[in-house]
Ligand binder design. Structure first.
Ligand code: AMP
Length: 297
């Protein structure tokens, strides 16, 4: 198969998104055989070549169409797009949210400072590795503030007297707590996304659509559960009404039981213990909640 009939995908080589990106492809049924320091890998059973690169380079790979698609954190893409004047980088499109690598870009100040709102940063200094998004946020709020650019270890800047506050990614909040900082403004909510170049040929567009459908189906399957239970016929409507996110359950007769039926349903939301307890209290029995591996509507 020639190059033009395959899709090139850029994913992070090592780091927070690397393992999830690979595992997502595996859940889409795409087999990757990759040794530790290999930079490119041909999928065995899908016309896809996967390039393992630094996450900050992914926008450039996709902007130049060296890779047609990429998996990246929204915050990196948005930060790049807010500062660049390059039309190719600005033209990168987000195809879908992938739901992992969730974090927020926040402003944090020392615990000892009394926070008085974003306007209080007028004339102050904020250290960050995300100059584009921070600058945009300050502009929107009409605040003039010096941005101190840093490549990492941003959280030590206030202690070192380099800045009054920091703007950094927060996931669990542990790093802020360890460094005596408190989160005061969330400026961007981020997660991983699938991005694409706009100039794909017809075959590549078709391959991308196939991949998009598989990703979608993996997402739907992950958030859905298959529930089966036995239900007194008299209670059927009541029980159906509390099955979470289920539209049309299948009702099956149970041999030798006129008073009971079996209910099978795909629930598009999580099924929690309290729902199971409510079902039981209404008279349901033999309640089973099963994971769904794949689902294609
Ligand atoms: P946490 O202590 O879990 O709040 O994580 C904060 C530290 O991890 C900071 O140094 C952040 O720069 C970094 N971090 C958190 N989430 C992400 C992410 N999704 N991608 C890259 N770095 C992150």
């Amino acid at each position: 198969m020639s190059k033009e009939t395959r899709l090139n995908l850029a994913i992070q080589k090592t780091g927070r998104l690397a393992d999830e990106s690979r595992s997502l492809l595996e859940r889409c049924g795409i087999d990757l055989l990759k040794s530790k320091d290999q930079l490119v890998c041909k999928a065995q059973n899908f016309p896809l070549d996967v390039f393992f690169v630094r996450v900050n380079d992914i926008p450039t790979f996709v902007a130049t169409n060296a890779c047609h698609i990429g998996i990246i954190s929204q915050n990196i893409l948005m930060d790049e797009q807010t500062v660049t004047t390059n039309p190719q980088l600005k033209g990168i499109q987000t195809l879908m949210e992938l739901g992992f690598g969730r974090c927020r870009l926040s402003i944090a100040v020392p615990n000892s400072s009394e926070y008085q709102g974003i306007k209080a940063f007028e004339g102050k200094r904020i250290a960050t590795s995300y100059q584009g998004l921070l600058r945009e946020y300050l502009k929107q709020n009409d605040v003039n503030c010096e941005i101190v650019p840093m490549q990492g270890a941003v959280e030590i800047a206030p202690r070192m007297g380099m800045a009054d506050a920091i703007c950094d990614l927060v996931s669990t909040g542990t790093t802020l707590a360890i460094n005596g900082l408190k989160e005061v403004e969330v400026i961007f909510e981020s997660q991983s996304v699938l991005i694409r170049n706009s100039e794909l040929n017809t075959v590549q567009e078709e391959l991308l659509e196939r991949l998009r459908l598989r990703l979608k189906s993996v997402q739907v399957a992950k958030s859905s559960k298959y529930i089966t239970l036995h239900c007194p016929v008299k209670k059927l409507e009541e029980i159906k009404s509390i099955l979470p996110g289920s539209e049309a359950p299948t009702i099956l007769a149970l041999q030798g039981r006129e008073d009971l039926v079996a209910v099978h349903a795909v629930c598009n939301e999580g099924v929690f213990w309290n729902t199971m307890e409510d079902l039981k209290a209404m008279g349901a029995s033999s309640i089973m909640v099963l994971p769904i591996e794949k689902m294609l509507d």
